[in-house]
Write a protein that binds this ligand. Structure first.
Ligand code: NAD
Ligand code: TYD
Length: 348
């Protein structure tokens, strides 16, 4: 058995990565460490939770003693680190929790890995999952690549940039075998409905306003979450130690155009007349420090490791909307309690 620690495995992307690894690699023992914050939900992993090669541990990555014990008890040989505070709007309201989890939490894992692996670094890997937001913002042309200089603008992206720097510093200083990947915006099943796509699908279903920030012209490059999980699998097994990989969907959308695709898809699947829900679009005050455009050039990943997205966007969106419509209970569960306070406060 190869013992692999996946952090944040009860979250959106983490649950897809855990599912992929548990199902695909019966000779790996996957240990999922997750604090189960508002964004983490064990419902996301019901289908695999009883597998023999899977263990869940509820805990905080900032708790160094806990992390150190997990390395020892489970003889951890590799880490895929996804646990993070991940929502830009929340980072604007509460930057401290982002600095704590994203920077200090990452440091706690790095230190535990370094001390446990010591000088026996054979077959060890610390794989850090990061975001393209560390590169800042683009104008109307150009793309982020692995060589783009860091220029984060939100407390979220600043905390992720800092964590990336710590990971690289452990490689440069202690030879810790690391890889970093920086991915564009993900969409798909099990995403917490505070991010644009699941929030808007839910609001269209419930005839609630669709709060578009600013003029809706900001651009994001959207990747289907299962394609990100496949890229992580490939990079974990074939990536070069010390390298960075940029992952992106080659799929840019202005927010307002994306919202119209969502409206069209939800209305169609609910049997409503086309365009019924366009009246829900509501332009609101722009997000502070709102990055204009993100777009990734994933040539390195394609050329060196042979990765490419498997889905066309329209197909991915239709699958995603279908999933949210079929899983109303999941949506209702995660949007009860604290979510209602968050929503009121955020969109008052
Ligand atoms: P998410 O918010 O859905 O999930 C984060 C998970 O981490 C949750 O399960 C949460 O309980 C857990 N967590 C939070 N704080 C923790 C702590 N202190 N200790 C242990 N667990 C903790 O996030 P996501 O969208 O799945 O993102 C996962 C990773 O991928 C993050 O590192 C994020 O920066 C990165 N990323 C996300 C996107 C995206 O579009 N969502 C794109 C690129 C990179
Ligand atoms: P989001 O899903 O929060 O991802 P990120 O900010 O990390 O890219 O937002 C995607 C885009 O949608 C971003 O430009 C902000 C915009 N947006 C809105 O217009 N309204 C909303 O209610 C939300 C959550 C996002």
């Amino acid at each position: 058995m190869r013992n692999i620690l996946i952090t944040g495995g009860a979250g959106f992307i983490g649950s897809h990565v855990v599912r992929l690894f548990v199902k695909k690699y019966s000779d790996y023992h996957i240990i999922n460490l997750d604090a189960l914050t508002y964004a983490g939900n064990l419902e996301n992993l019901r289908d695999i939770e009883n597998r023999l090669n899977y263990t869940f541990i509820k805990g905080d990555i900032c708790n160094y003693d806990l992390v150190k014990n997990i390395f020892q008890e489970y003889k951890i040989e590799a880490v895929i680190h996804l646990a993070a505070e991940s929502h830009v709007d929340r980072s604007i309201k509460d930057p401290f929790s982002f600095a704590k989890t994203n920077i200090l939490g990452t440091l706690s894992l790095l230190q535990a890995a370094k001390n446990y692996w010591k000088s026996n670094l054979n077959n060890k890997l610390f794989y850090h999952i990061s975001t393209d937001e560390v590169y800042g913002t683009l104008g109307n042309s150009g793309f982020f690549t692995e060589n783009t200089a860091y220029d984060p603008h939100s407390p979220y992206s600043a905390s992720k940039a800092s964590s990336d720097h710590f990971v690289r510093a452990f490689y440069d200083t202690y030879n810790l075998p690391i890889i970093v990947s920086n991915c564009s915006n993900n969409y798909g099943s099990y995403q917490f409905p505070e991010k644009l796509i699941p929030l808007f699908i839910n609001n269209i279903c419930n005839n609630k306003p669709l709060p578009v920030y600013g003029n809706g012209e900001n651009v994001r490059d959207w990747l289907y979450v299962e394609d990100h999980a496949k890229a992580i699998d490939l990079i974990f097994h074939k990536g070069k130690i010390g390298d960075t990989y940029a992952i992106g969907g080659c799929n840019e959308w202005r927010n307002i155009d994306l919202v119209k695709v969502l409206i069209k898809t939800v209305d169609k699947l609910l049997g409503r007349t086309e365009g019924t829900s366009e009246k829900l679009i509501t332009f609101i005050k722009d997000r502070a420090g709102h990055d204009y455009r993100y777009a990734i050039d994933a040539t390195k990943l394609k050329d060196e490791l042979g990765w490419k997205p498997s889905l066309q966007f329209e197909e991915g969106i239709e699958k995603t909307v279908q999933w949210y419509l079929k899983n109303r209970d999941w949506v209702d569960n995660v949007t009860s309690g604290d979510y209602l306070n968050y929503y009121k406060e955020m969109y008052k």
